[in-house]
Design a protein around this ligand. Structure first.
Ligand SMILES: *[C@@H]1O[C@H](CO)[C@@H](O)[C@H](O)[C@H]1NC(C)=O
Ligand SMILES: *[C@@H]1O[C@H](CO)[C@@H](O)[C@H](O)[C@H]1NC(C)=O
Length: 205
């Protein structure tokens, strides 16, 4: 009986925690931010080399004061559907604490409601960013670090303005070609060396 009560009590506490700490559902957020990303539809960028310029501003379609609770803006790189297929570790989940769509943070910036200029941030694509198709999304957070709004560089279906990131940078490719050439050259010279040695051995006999 006591155990039973304990289970009920802990279930109740869990529910309370869910309500208090607010499971934020993506579907409950409004598109209050206008977000753009510099890459063109289908453009291929290289990690470690290319930059992405992201901009955000308040969506004017919403009434004044919509942003009154906004404290921080976080700009993130997000996987497009084509790069999420059969990859559970990139899955989109409506509960934002479990969502894996936007794993790469570009920047977190203080939100200034009185500054109406479009904010821009240039991000050098980090080297460890995997090869995939992406878009950019910005989340607005309140003082409790809870998502309260968002905007993205693609449409709601996440089908437009997608770009690709190539994991192998230009510099890397050059290095790879160099090392292949060097190994081919060393194998060849080893062969030539043995051939000459053999010839020498033969002529000495
Ligand atoms: C916010 O922007 C306003 C107007 O653009 C400016 O006067 C103010 O200093 C800014 N505040 C911060 C904290 O940057
Ligand atoms: C408003 O934001 C822009 C872009 O970040 C910044 O350059 C400018 O200094 C800001 N204006 C004020 C008055 O803070």
């Amino acid at each position: 009986m006591a155990a039973h009560r304990l289970v009920v009590a802990s279930l109740f506490l869990c529910c309370l925690a869910e309500i208090c700490y607010g499971k934020v559902l993506f579907s409950s957020l409004k598109t209050t931010l206008v977000v753009t990303a510099s890459p063109k539809q289908g453009q291929v960028l290289s990690s470690g080399v290319d930059k992405i310029s992201g901009t955000w501003s308040l969506n004017k379609a919403f009434p004044a004061g919509t942003d009154s609770s906004y404290k921080t803006i976080k700009l993130k790189l997000c996987y497009a559907g084509i790069s999420q297929k059969d990859r559970a570790w990139r899955k989109t989940v409506d509960d934002l604490s479990r969502d894996k769509t936007c794993q790469h943070k570009m920047v977190a910036m203080h939100y200034n409601a009185s500054n109406k200029t479009v904010q821009t941030y240039d991000w050098l694509i980090e080297r460890f960013v995997p090869q995939a198709t992406y878009f950019v999304r910005a989340y607005a957070f309140d003082s409790n670090d809870v998502e309260v709004g968002y905007g993205q560089s693609t449409n709601a279906d996440k089908s437009t303005n997608l770009f690709e990131i190539n994991a192998i940078s230009g510099r890397h490719a050059t290095l790879d070609i160099c090392s292949i050439c060097f190994s081919a050259f060393s194998v060849l010279s080893l062969g030539v060396f043995f051939y000459i040695e053999k010839r020498k051995g033969k002529s000495q006999k």
